[in-house]
Design a protein around this ligand. Structure first.
Ligand code: COA
Length: 570
């Protein structure tokens, strides 16, 4: 079937659905929901058999839903309606939640149900539930709904005829519903409210008596203070006391500003606070915010790095490099780079770079520092001589993050993960992280060029098929971690371990003699220097719009196939 994906943005859920449907032989084209007339035009050009709307912020025009079946993905249980489905579910502590695929009609979220799927609600932030549980359930439900539609035999059921209606119409959650009372709310309540609002819109509150929105909250198990007082800082996060403990606030957004690490958004105020440093890379036993944490199991070392949104600023890259260099000295045979729960890594920190220009500095200079720090980190990994390295991608990975991963000997991705191993979407960025070394070496010159040019997301399965990665591991994040631990233990114990290490050193030496890594880096950075400092401002413009979340005014041509030159109306 020809299936049009109508969506507010090409987010990871849309990418996943597009890829899964393509893999099942459907012809997919994408249109951003920009204006009713644009949607009408897309439908006229593509003539879809079916329209799927994974992520919409407006209703579909009647001209479209009255003539075509439009399947809406709603992140709520059957019967739930309204724009704040996950927010209410998390804030009110729902233990079970779900996704419903329903047909668009005049009344929002009230059409007949084509399919649904449920999941146990984890204790985590909204964006994380969306990227993990919701995406998985939505994939299951959409694939079922599409199959049912294709069969021509399924009759979707009106809500009134269903017996398993668990939800109801809920209003938009507003800031007063989210408000924090630092003199009354315990840590669990503060965490729940901030998590229900993360990554958007955050909880409107104040820090240092200045208004801001709070994001990225973590529990603290030991440190205490007067309720409401900001009592310490650690790297990028601030610690604020509650009535029964304290919580770390990792990110904040000030009025008219952008979302930033808390200690950068309140730089002067944070500098005056006492530090509460972690004294080692070892994972702490007590609950706390530890963005980089190392643990060992026998001959395997695991390095976790939890960077908000997968973005890695210059200091974060430097600290992770230091942690990796330290881990390389441990008596282990396999080193696993675990990344974080939601993302493995999405490359340089575009918000911190943007902030440099807002505070009178230079975004170009900060971009330059950041990409060099990423390269130093990538080089540290590429030149690991005494261990087999594994990048274990439990969460999505994009741009430079993919090539940091590819610097490991093995890349294993969880089956539900999306990879975007290309840079050009960010204003034609050339990219670095030694990709010109690692990618053609794996895929060959032509395939490497195609990946960069086509800018398509890859499912973990597809990444394995084309040779970008080495394993596709099923299961949720917990099962993935368990499986990675088992497989790496086998790798460390393998009779071939010595041979593999020898072969790896020999290959690296041969490659270095043929063309030094420093030359790859110089060549890539020559291009990046043009992106950052050259006449063409595309990267700076694209970054500005990405960070500011400017609404799209057109759908990129590589996604809207029906707008390609030479497209013939079927
Ligand atoms: N720097 C700063 N923030 C980033 C980021 C980066 N490199 N990559 C993603 N983010 C942020 C987004 O702004 C968004 O912020 P929010 O919490 O305020 O909503 C959040 O991470 C999630 O991103 P989103 O695009 O919604 O996630 P996704 O899973 O749907 O898509 C990507 C993932 C990787 C395709 C997409 O985020 C992307 O293109 N990122 C930019 C990658 C890049 O160009 N890096 C620089 C070159 S190395």
């Amino acid at each position: 079937m020809r299936i049009l994906l109508l969506t507010h943005a090409f987010n990871s859920l849309t990418q996943r659905l597009g890829a899964e449907l393509s893999q099942r032989g459907h012809e997919i084209s994408i249109e951003f929901d920009i204006a009713d007339s644009v949607t009408d035009e897309a439908v006229a050009l593509f003539r879809p058999h079916l329209i799927v709307a994974p992520y919409l912020r407006r209703t579909i025009p009647e001209s479209v839903w009255s003539r075509h079946v439009c399947l809406i993905v709603h992140p709520g249980v059957v019967g739930d309606r309204g724009p704040s489905a996950l927010d209410w579910a998390i804030q009110e502590g729902a233990s079970e939640w779900g996704v419903t695929v329903l047909q668009a009609e005049a009344e929002m979220d009230a059409g007949p149900v084509w399919a649904s799927a449920s999941f146990p609600m984890p204790l985590t932030k909204k964006s994380s539930v969306y990227r993990n549980e919701v995406t998985q359930a939505a994939t299951t439900a959409v694939l079922q709904a599409v199959q049912r539609f294709e069969s021509g035999e399924f009759l979707p059921q009106a809500l009134a005829n269903l017996t398993d209606v668990l939800g109801r119409l809920r209003p938009l959650m507003k800031q007063p519903d989210r408000s924090l009372d630092w003199q009354r709310d315990d840590s669990a309540t503060v965490l729940r409210k901030i998590r229900a609002a993360d990554g958007f819109p955050g909880v409107a509150d104040s820090l240092f008596e200045q208004p801001c929105h709070l994001f990225d909250a973590w529990p603290e198990g030991v440190l205490r203070g007067a309720p409401g007082a900001v009592i310490a800082r650690r790297e990028t996060a601030l610690l604020r006391a509650t009535v029964d403990g304290a919580v770390w606030i990792g990110h904040v957004k000030r009025p008219d500003g952008i979302k930033l690490p808390a200690t950068l958004a309140f730089e002067a105020e944070a500098a005056a606070l006492p530090q509460a440093p972690m004294h080692s890379w070892w994972r702490s036993d007590a609950a706390t915010w530890q963005d980089i944490a190392y643990e060992e199991d026998g001959a395997v070392g695991f390095l976790h790095f939890e960077c908000y949104n997968g973005a890695m600023s210059t200091p974060q890259c430097a600290r992770l490099q230091a942690a990796l260099a330290w881990a390389k000295l441990r008596p282990v045979r396999v080193l696993v780079l675990m990344g974080g729960g939601d993302f493995w890594c999405n490359g340089i920190h575009l918000n911190v770079i943007e902030a440099a220009s807002l505070s009178g500095g230079s975004a170009a200079d900060e971009s330059w520092r950041n990409i060099n720090a990423m390269n130093d980190l990538t080089l540290e990994l590429l030149t690991t001589e005494n261990q087999i390295t594994v990048a274990a991608l439990g969460g999505n990975t994009g741009a430079g993050g993919c090539f940091l991963a590819r610097a490991a000997d093995q890349v294993w991705a969880r089956a539900a993960v999306m990879l975007n191993p290309h840079y050009k979407n960010m204003g034609n960025l050339y990219g670095s992280e030694y990709w010109t070394y690692s990618l053609p070496r794996r895929l060959g010159e032509d395939a490497a060029k195609a990946i960069m040019r086509d800018r398509q997301p890859l499912t973990a399965q597809r990444a394995l098929e084309i040779g970008f990665s080495d394993a596709c591991v099923p299961g949720d994040v917990q099962k993935f971690r368990h499986e990675v631990a088992q497989r790496t233990a086998q790798l460390a114990d393998h009779v071939d371990w010595n041979e593999r290490i020898t072969a790896k050193r020999e290959t690296r030496a041969r490659d270095e003699a043929a063309k030094p890594l420093a030359t790859y880096r110089e060549e890539e950075l020559a291009q990046m220097r043009r992106n950052f400092y050259g006449f063409d401002p595309s990267y700076h413009v694209a970054r500005h719009h990405f960070v500011r979340k400017s609404p799209a005014s057109w759908t990129p041509r590589h996604l809207a196939r029906h707008r390609e030159l030479g497209w013939v109306v079927p």
